[in-house]
Design a binder for this molecule. Structure first.
Ligand code: BJW
Ligand code: ZN
Length: 247
């Protein structure tokens, strides 16, 4: 149980524009490993050995095999209550958008339709040379595009640019939001980590939901400690109860 102040409830009841940033923690309860922290992927593997262009060019087969392994897991898991509540919130608010750093597609699977995938999607592949999207290829066979380029997952590695249109829409949403949520992200990777700060600097009421404190915990308006799949349903129920009480 979390303590929800009247101020938080009022902000959520009155808000017209709500925007959200999610990270790996929101998918942890669906069974997908996070990157940092106790059981994070990067405690066992080094990012520069797998999630970088250098790694890919050095040993494409190894990198592609790792992504194929993760894709197999991701295709089998289901959205959890946190993903589902965010899809419900999208239907409730007149202006709602969801920016995610996750590449797992679980927000769309849960029913969210306005999803800005800042770091791409593991469910798509593209040519590393010409950028063409390439469907239905198993990545562990070292496939090539018609242009001769290697095929890679359509994700954003360190040192690579984020898709600019998606980043622009995420920034616009953060700047305009009445309430901004930062959920299940360590807020350690930029430029995504600037989004909650941008929202706060532009007047949004910022709510963080995370198991632990993060780099932005001291900066946000409210920071709830715990599992997103438990806190978000609790918070949203309280909002719905308040709305029903008013009407
Ligand atoms: C729960 C929970 C539960 C667990 N409930 N919570 C400015 C300053 C400094 C550095 C830079 C900067 N600008 C750019 C950089 C460089 C770099 C960067 O940020 N480095 C930092 C490490 C310092 N950024 C980039 O390179 C980006 N590109 C870029 O900026 O291009 C322009 C440029 C080019 C060249 C030079 C300079 C600039 C690209 C970043 C790409 C990130 N890619 C990855 C891999 C994607 C593909 C894949 O999955 O394989 O994206 S890295 C990895 O980290 C992944 C994630 O999306 C990302 C963020 O991680 P996230 O989601 O926050 O997960 P965790 O694990 O860190 O945290 C989970 C949280 O959940 C924890 O807090 C838990 O407590 C919590 N939790 N269970 C609630 N049940
Ligand atoms: Zn190509």
């Amino acid at each position: 149980m979390i303590e929800i102040s009247d101020n938080v409830l009022d902000r959520l009841v009155d808000a017209k524009k709500v925007a959200v940033l999610t990270g790996a923690g929101i998918s942890a309860e669906s069974g997908i490993a996070t990157f940092r922290g106790k059981d994070g992927i990067w405690t066992k593997l080094k990012p520069d050995e797998l999630a970088s262009m250098e790694a890919f060019l050095r040993n494409p087969a190894r990198v592609l095999e790792w992504y194929e392994h993760r894709r197999t897991i991701i295709e089998q898991v289901q959205p959890n209550p946190a993903h589902i509540i965010l899809a419900e919130m999208e239907k409730f608010y007149p202006d709602f958008s969801l920016s995610t750093q996750n590449i797992d597609g679980l927000h769309k699977k849960a029913g969210s339709t306005i999803v800005y995938e800042l770091h791409g999607s593991i469910l798509r592949n593209r040519c590393n040379e010409c950028g063409r999207l390439i469907e239905n290829i198993k990545l562990d066979e070292l496939p090539r595009c018609d242009c001769g380029g290697l095929v890679r997952p359509d994700v954003v590695w360190f040192g690579e640019m984020l898709p600019i249109d998606i980043l622009d829409m995420s920034y616009a949403a953060a700047q305009e939001a009445d309430v901004y949520f930062s959920i299940g992200t360590s807020a350690a990777v930029y430029p995504a980590a600037y989004l909650p700060i941008e929202a706060k600097n532009n007047g949004a009421f910022v709510i963080e939901i995370n198991l632990d404190t993060t780099t932005i915990s001291n900066y946000v308006d409210v920071s709830y400690r715990g599992k997103a799949g438990e806190i978000l349903p609790e918070l949203w129920n309280a909002v719905k109860n308040k709305i029903n009480a008013i009407n």
